[in-house]
Design a protein around this ligand. Structure first.
Ligand code: SF4
Ligand code: FES
Length: 310
């Protein structure tokens, strides 16, 4: 530790990292991606999903890589049978109620549940004969829909609203297999940074209304029922009467990115494109820009601006 760095190995690869570094971050430096759901470098550690279990030499049992700090001489193994078996168990648990609606899910192809199940999940399920839990889609705010059936309760959205946006409107309601993300009955998810939860969600549970496919926006009401209802296996439900367009333009992720340096490890959580386009046609845009949208030439726009200034 001559240079103040901690030396350890991850899957046999030696790395040197600063004291206090988490094992999951040290593993990244060794080129090893430890599967994880609740962990995000810009959020406080929660350690709730247990997906990042790894074996650490001399530790009496498996440890979660997202909440364990490195130590000199540490030997971390992510691919041993006990570690893989434990993570398979977590995935199996998550899939008991997760709908198999990947073909119509907005997150398909960039879903971390899909990724890790492909990477190391079981090939079958032991719960095929049980109906999946069903909860209807909820309208959380001007930009965001919540699909509880897909939620894996990682609490990233809850922690973002509480610790980054500092507007704690989301919570974990109920417990056990009835748990879901709740919203304060008198609140809306309408903070200017709220759109970040869509990108933070590792699965397709929080959706941007801008990108919701037609059947969710304008389709049939779909099966609606009280929370905890058990519906047909694999049902996802439909949002019913949600508005088809998003007029607000309030959530511009660029706002968050502009201030992103203040957040944790500095890793931006959202992107600056997703909600930007709704500004392009927003009625509140300056008349000169609206004129451009309407097809006015540069000269015509200048003339319009001059007339307004006079
Ligand atoms: S909605 Fe998404 S981000 Fe929030 S707890 Fe569920 S899976 Fe995690
Ligand atoms: S990522 Fe470590 S417990 Fe969730």
């Amino acid at each position: 530790m001559a240079d103040g760095l901690i030396n350890l190995t991850v899957d046999g690869v030696p790395v040197s990292v600063a004291p206090g570094t988490l094992v999951i971050e040290a593993a990244k430096q060794a080129g090893v991606l430890v599967p994880h759901y609740c962990y995000h470098p810009g959020l406080p550690v929660a350690g709730v999903c247990r997906m990042c279990l790894v074996e650490i030499e001399k530790a009496p049992k498996l440890q979660i890589a997202c909440a364990t700090q490195v130590a000199e001489g540490m030997v971390v193994q992510t691919q041993t049978a006990p570690a893989k078996d434990a993570r398979q168990g977590v995935l199996e648990l998550l899939l008991i109620n997760h709908p198999l609606d990947c073909p119509i899910c907005d997150q398909a192809g960039e879903c971390e549940l899909q990724d890790f199940v492909f990477q190391e999940g079981r090939s079958g399920t032991r719960y095929a004969e049980y109906a999946k839990r069903f909860n209807p889609v909820e309208d959380f705010g001007p930009d965001v829909l919540y699909v509880p059936n897909r939620c894996i309760l990682c609490t990233r959205c809850v922690r973002f609203m509480e610790d980054v946006a500092q507007e704690p409107v989301l919570n974990v309601s109920e417990r056990g297999d009835r748990a879901y993300i709740g919203i304060h009955p008198e609140a809306r998810l309408d903070h200017p940074w709220a759109g970040n939860v869509v990108d933070l969600c590792p699965v397709g549970s929080l959706l941007s209304k801008d990108f919701v496919p037609g059947q969710l926006v304008a389709g049939s009401p779909g099966p609606q029922g009280p929370k905890g209802d058990t519906g047909a296996k694999g049902d996802t439900g439909a949002a019913g009467s949600f508005p088809g367009t998003l007029p607000s333009g309030k959530t511009l992720r660029g706002v968050f990115l502009a201030e992103g340096t203040a957040v944790g490890a500095g890793e931006p959580m959202g992107d600056n494109i997703s909600f930007g386009f709704s500004f392009a046609s927003a009625p509140t845009r300056s008349p000169a820009r609206s004129a451009r949208s309407a097809g006015a030439t540069g000269c015509e726009r200048d003339a319009q601006s001059r007339r307004r200034d006079e």
